[in-house]
Design a binder for this molecule. Structure first.
Ligand code: ADP
Ligand code: MG
Length: 275
């Protein structure tokens, strides 16, 4: 089995798109599981009050569990709250509980409210590095909105990964998202960049999916991965077993495509390093 190249410093990627149902959570957990399977230590931060990423990674996120809410609002340390996913020894999740729904409002009057996740994450990554258990990747799964939770994710990350569903309206929201990212870059996080675009739920039988994919590649030739995620029932079934498709059905086309996408991300990171 091939192992992917590992980055020399942790790569923090925010998975964002203000549209719901485009495959943010599915992409987050499957790329994380694929990279973990190939030897990387990976943390998933679930920043969506729905907690779908926590569910898919088989991590307990009932209301009474400590969660990312306690990190953002009560300054709890990530190390005390993070849970290992049963998927892999290398895969960890900072879960979201329903309390996170209130955080969007509770953050408003807080000091440095946009930087809260970044501060905690930087401390955690340094602490793990010192303990000889450094992380290679952090994926942040965002809610489908551009509120303070998503802003916290953009400030904590260096890279943005945008999943795009291959359908008619896909490009409509994109310019708004890119405008928001450049606002963040100008005012809050000068090192933020859209590094990766992944085409999801691709249905090869339709001409429309093909056209959307072509359009995206024309506009974003550097960022768009060659791997495309097909529409696949196995991908959508996996979360109900508390699993990613990588472990649920490793040989399925969905699993193979996420492994290919993860390999590209790992290889690009290896050559673009040295910041
Ligand atoms: P988001 O996080 O952007 O809201 P999700 O990842 O939750 O989107 O995906 C929305 C729905 O589509 C979920 O039910 C998920 O299981 C399903 N889904 C995601 N990707 C695929 C795919 N490639 N094939 C089939 N179903 C998918
Ligand atoms: Mg989601």
């Amino acid at each position: 089995m091939r192992e992917f190249p590992l980055p020399s410093t942790p790569r923090v990627l925010t998975v964002a798109n203000q549209k719901g149902g485009v495959g943010k959570t599915t992409t987050t957990v499957n790329l994380a599981a694929a990279l973990a399977r190939e030897g990387a230590r990976v943390l998933v931060i679930d920043l969506d009050p729905q907690g779908n990423a926590s569910t898919a990674l088989g991590v307990d996120h009932r209301g009474d569990k400590p969660s990312v809410y306690d990190v953002l609002i009560h300054d709890e340390s990530i190390a005390d709250i993070v849970q290992q996913s049963p998927e892999s020894d290398n895969l960890f999740c900072l879960p979201a509980t329903i309390h996170l729904a209130g955080a969007e409002i509770e953050l408003v009057p807080m000091v440095a409210r946009e930087q809260r996740l970044r501060g905690s994450l930087d401390r955690f990554l340094a602490q793990m590095e010192e303990a000889g258990a450094g992380f290679h990747y952090v994926f942040i799964d965002c809610p489908p909105s551009l509120g303070l939770l998503t802003i916290n994710a953009f400030v904590a990350a260096r890279e943005v990964l945008i999943p795009i569903q291959c359908e008619y309206y896909a490009l409509e929201g994109l310019s708004q998202l890119l405008n928001n990212i450049s606002l963040i870059e100008r005012h809050l996080n000068p090192t933020l960049a859209v590094s990766t675009i992944l085409l999801t739920m691709y249905d090869g039988r339709t001409r429309l999916a093909f056209q959307v994919a072509e359009d995206v590649r024309t506009h974003f030739p550097e960022q768009t991965l060659s791997a495309v995620i097909p529409r696949s029932v196995r991908i959508s079934e996996a979360p109900s077993y508390g699993q990613t498709v990588i472990s649920f059905d490793p040989g399925s086309p969905g699993s193979v495509s996420y492994l290919e996408a993860a390999a590209e991300i790992a290889e690009r990171g290896a050559s673009h390093r040295g910041n």
